[in-house]
Design a protein around this ligand. Structure first.
Ligand SMILES: [Zn+2]
Length: 407
C-alpha cells in the first residue's frame, strides 16, 4: 500500500535558496497556466489540458529564463496537477481552481523520478545532495523505504524544508481476535469507547493556543487596515506576526496528529472491528438544536480538533494492520437507551447522563452512545455468538473509566 514519510531537510543556504526559487517558479507557472486557461475559456469555451500546458511551459521558459533553473519535471507536475484540478472542477461544476497566493507554504515540488538516496542523504535533479533526518525510523525500515520510494515531494513549512517520500509499504497484519469496539466522539471527552475507556485530547492546551493565534490574527488585520489607508504594501512587522501565527497553528497541528496516531494504534492493537459514526453531519446535527453559544463552540471545536483527520488516520492504520472500520448511521445514537432501545427525545445536549424512563438505565451519555454505536456495528457485520455474550456483560449504571493516554 502507498505510504508517505516526512523527513526534515538540513541544507546550506545556497541549497535552500534553490528550493525557494523552484517553489516560487512552481507558483508562477501554476498562476500563468491558470490565467491562460481562463483566457482560452473566455474566448473559445475550451480548456488547456496537460499536453497543451506542457507546450506552454516550453514557451514560457523562453520568455522567462529564470524558469530554466527549475527541474523541468517539477514544472510538468504542476501542469499535471492543474489538469486534474480542472477536470475535477468541470465534473463537479466547481469552476476554476484558485490562484496561488504569495504564501510560501502552499507550493510543492514533485519529483516522480531522478532522485537518489545515499545513507541519510537525498539527491534531487538541479538541486544536488541535501541531508535528511528522521528520528523515528529505524535503519532497517529506512533501507526499505529508500528501496521502494516512488516519488519525492518538497515543501516549505514554518519550521523549515521537508521531503515527503512516497513509498510502497508492506501491510503489517495483526492477529485476528474477534474483538469489537464502538467509539463515540464527543465535545467533552474526545473519545468514549464502548468498553468504558475515555480518551481525551488536551483541549485546554489547544484552545489556549487557538486563542493566541486568534489574537495575533486580529492584530495583523488591524495593522493591515492601517497600512492600506496609508498606502503601504509590504510590512516587515506584519510578516513577523504572520510567521508567529503560523508557528502556533503548526504546533496545534502537531499536537493533534501525534495524539491521533497514538489513539489509533491503541484502539487497533486490541480490536479487530472498530465501529464509528459516519461523522460528516454529526457535529452540525447536534449543534442545530443547541443554543447559539453551543453551536459556535461545537463549530470551533470541530474546526480545530478536526476529527475527520483522526478518522482518516484510523482508516489508514486499519488498512495497514488488516483491521476493519465500520461506519454506522449516527441518528439518535445519543438518545437511544443502550439497554432497552427506548428513544428519549427529551435528552438535551447539556445532559451528561442518560436516564431511561422505561428501564431505569442511568449511564454516562457518551458511554451509552458508544454502546449503541457498537450494537449497530455488530448488526452490520452480523458477528457470531461470542459477541452476544460480550453485549450481555454491559452492566447497568456503569461508569466510564477515565484514562488519558500518555502523550
Ligand atoms: Zn431503557
Amino acid at each position: 500500500m502507498r505510504s508517505v514519510i516526512k523527513v526534515k531537510i538540513y541544507a546550506r543556504r545556497t541549497k535552500t535558496q534553490l528550493f525557494k526559487q523552484a517553489l516560487g517558479n512552481s507558483r508562477f507557472v501554476w498562476n500563468k497556466l491558470l490565467e491562460k486557461n481562463k483566457e482560452r475559456y473566455k474566448k473559445e469555451k475550451k480548456f488547456l489540458f496537460y499536453p497543451d500546458m506542457c507546450k506552454e511551459i516550453t514557451k514560457m521558459k523562453e520568455e522567462y529564463p529564470f524558469l530554466k533553473q527549475s527541474p523541468s519535471q517539477t514544472l510538468q507536475q504542476i501542469a499535471r496537477k492543474l489538469d486534474r484540478s480542472l477536470k475535477d472542477g468541470i465534473k463537479r461544476k466547481k469552476g476554476f481552481p484558485q490562484f496561488k497566493k504569495k504564501s510560501r507554504y502552499d507550493s510543492i515540488l514533485i519529483f516522480p523520478q531522478g532522485f537518489k538516496f545515499e545513507g541519510r542523504k537525498l539527491s534531487l535533479p538541479k538541486i544536488g545532495w541535501v541531508s535528511i533526518k528522521d528520528k523515528i525510523t529505524k535503519k532497517k525500515e529506512w533501507e526499505r523505504i529508500k528501496a521502494s520510494a516512488k516519488q519525492v515531494w518538497i515543501k516549505e513549512e514554518v519550521d523549515g524544508f521537508f521531503a515527503y517520500i512516497v513509498y510502497d509499504r508492506e501491510p503489517e497484519p495483526k492477529e485476528k481476535n474477534g474483538e469489537a469496539v464502538g467509539i463515540d466522539v464527543g465535545i467533552k471527552n474526545t473519545l468514549t469507547m464502548s468498553n468504558g475507556e475515555v480518551i481525551s485530547l488536551n483541549t485546554k492546551r489547544i484552545m489556549a493556543l487557538v486563542r493566541k493565534a486568534e489574537k495575533l490574527q486580529s492584530v495583523i488585520d488591524r495593522k493591515r487596515a492601517i497600512n492600506k489607508k496609508r498606502g503601504i504594501k509590504n510590512s516587515k512587522r506584519i510578516e513577523v506576526l504572520e510567521r508567529r501565527r503560523d508557528r502556533i497553528l503548526k504546533k496545534i497541528q502537531n499536537i493533534k496528529v501525534d495524539f491521533y496516531y497514538k489513539v489509533a494504534n491503541h484502539i487497533l492493537n486490541n480490536h479487530e472491528y472498530v465501529v464509528v459514526e459516519d461523522l460528516d453531519l454529526k457535529g452540525l446535527k447536534e449543534a442545530e438544536k443547541g443554543s447559539k453559544v453551543i453551536r459556535r463552540k461545537v463549530n470551533k471545536y470541530l474546526q480545530y480538533i478536526s476529527l475527520s483527520e483522526f478518522f482518516r488516520i484510523l482508516e489508514w492504520k486499519a488498512e495497514l494492520y488488516g483491521r476493519e472500520i465500520i461506519r454506522v448511521n449516527p441518528k439518535d445514537t445519543s438518545k437511544t437507551c443502550s439497554n432497552c432501545g427506548y428513544v428519549n427525545h427529551e435528552l438535551k445536549l447539556s445532559d451528561r447522563v442518560f436516564k431511561c424512563p422505561v428501564c431505569g438505565l442511568k449511564m454516562d451519555r457518551d458511554l451509552n452512545a458508544s454502546i449503541n454505536i457498537l450494537k449497530r456495528g455488530l448488526e452490520r457485520i452480523a458477528l457470531s455468538s461470542g459477541h452476544g455474550e460480550y453485549m450481555r456483560e454491559m452492566v447497568l449504571n456503569r461508569e466510564p473509566i477515565r484514562r488519558t493516554l500518555a502523550l
